[in-house]
Design a protein around this ligand. Structure first.
Ligand code: PLP
Length: 399
């Protein structure tokens, strides 16, 4: 990426040369511009639930404001929220986590950038899957580290394995960052797989960070947290996805005990604290009445997944791994095109369907894939499928 400016004082820092744009946002901007011109667009690009935050959480947020909860909280978060998150691990995973190990952050994004600053020295390598969540590479690079991309395929459900670590780790490697369920592939890591990776990392003294932001949104038999497997795992989660609170900007981080003091100092400096009204609102996210709403939404996501993956397969997209979690389908477009960016542009401009090109998620075979997010209702999904049928029949996609 190059940022040219004739004024030396506005010359952006050299580190910015390595930071890629988040292409999905570019797709979204273009889709919005087309809508502003009167075009109808189906949005399958956005990784954000289409549901408004559940009513009990909204009510708790309003109450927090009415009660004047507008001052900073401690850097690590409201003590009662940290305790509630700890209880959540007990209820859902049967594991005891000391609330002191839990930090409430401005989204999972805040937690990821905090960990990068906490653990990555200039020159350190962090292993991560390619494809994977695009921002992770940039957090590591901003800390002066090297994102060591590990090409993953359907053969390992697009997840990192100990054998791949053996192949790609170098002397510079300091850690491994994983996500289960994964964005963009919707694949998951089982307890055994997490165990094998953490054991490998123990043997090679690598830290393990597991992004569990899509926990709760799974369509298999429940997911095991890395915290159930290792006390040394660093775990990221968020209120954005399962809890449907993207715009409230609230996430959390669980760190091993020995990292607590340094993490606290860094949290104080990086963001002082997460949003206070959002933290009060989130206290209601775990209550039974809210959980009923969230469970119903999860079931709707499951229905959408079933419908869209069957329809895409019938249209000729290749889907080698079923979506077991999150709300994404990572689909091969080899039958139509060898360039996902050209494909996505055509699909948006001529047929009114916005999807994200695989080039957003890494370098390996990235042109062969696109990501469909089923973050819109059934009617819109049916409209998208109708438009895709027309697009395929037109032969225009095959360029
Ligand atoms: C895997 C993953 N991690 C982290 C994030 C950041 O989420 P937030 O900052 O909204 O919690 C996202 C958002 O899409 C994601 O997909």
């Amino acid at each position: 990426m190059s940022f040219q400016t004739p004024k030396a004082r506005f010359q952006v820092a050299a580190r910015m040369q390595q930071i890629n744009p988040f292409r999905v946002m570019t797709v979204l901007e273009r889709a919005k511009a087309l809508e502003a011109q009167g075009r109808s667009i189906v949005h399958l690009e956005v990784g954000e639930p289409d549901f408004v935050t559940a009513a009990p959480i909204l009510e708790a947020g309003r109450e927090a404001l009415a009660n004047g909860h507008t001052a900073y909280t401690p850097a690590a978060g409201l003590p009662q929220l940290r305790a509630r998150i700890a209880q959540h691990y007990l209820e859902t995973q049967g594991i005891q986590i000391a609330p002191e190990r839990i930090f409430v952050t401005p989204g999972a994004s805040g937690a990821l950038s905090l960990v990068a600053q906490l653990l990555v020295n200039p020159g350190d390598g962090v292993l991560m899957s390619d494809p994977g969540y695009p921002c992770n590479r940039n957090y590591v690079r901003l800390a002066g580290g090297e994102a060591q991309l590990v090409p993953v395929t359907a053969a390992s459900q697009f997840q990192i394995t100990p054998a791949l670590l053996e192949q790609y780790a170098t002397k510079a490697s300091r850690g491994v960052w994983l996500a289960t369920p994964s964005n963009p592939t919707g694949t998951v890591l089982t307890q055994e797989q997490l165990g094998a990776i953490t054991q490998y990392c123990d043997r090679h003294d690598l830290h393990v960070l597991v992004d569990e932001i899509y926990h709760g949104l799974d369509y298999s038999n429940g997911l095991v947290s890395a915290l159930a497997v290792s006390d040394d795992a660093i775990v990221i989660n968020s209120f954005s996805k399962y809890f449907g609170m993207t715009g409230w900007r609230l996430g959390w981080l669980v760190v091993p005990e020995e990292l607590v003091p340094a993490c606290n100092i860094l949290a104080q400096n990086l963001f002082i604290a997460a949003s206070t009204p959002a933290q009060y609102a989130a206290l209601r996210a775990f209550d039974a009445d809210t959980r009923v709403i969230l469970e119903e939404r999860r079931q709707q996501f499951a229905l959408r997944r079933d419908y869209l993956s069957a329809a895409l397969k019938e249209l000729g997209f290749s889907i080698d791994t079923p979506t077991l979690g999150a709300f994404y389908i990572y689909a091969g477009i080899e039958k139509f095109s060898d360039d996902c960016e050209v494909f996505c542009k055509l699909l948006l401009e001529e047929f009114g369907v916005a999807v994200t090109p695989g080039t957003d998620f890494g370098d390996y075979e990235n042109k062969r894939f696109v990501r469909f997010a089923f973050t819109t209702g059934m009617e819109q999904l049916e409209l998208a499928v109708d438009r895709l049928k027309i697009a395929v029949a037109s032969g225009k996609l095959c360029r």
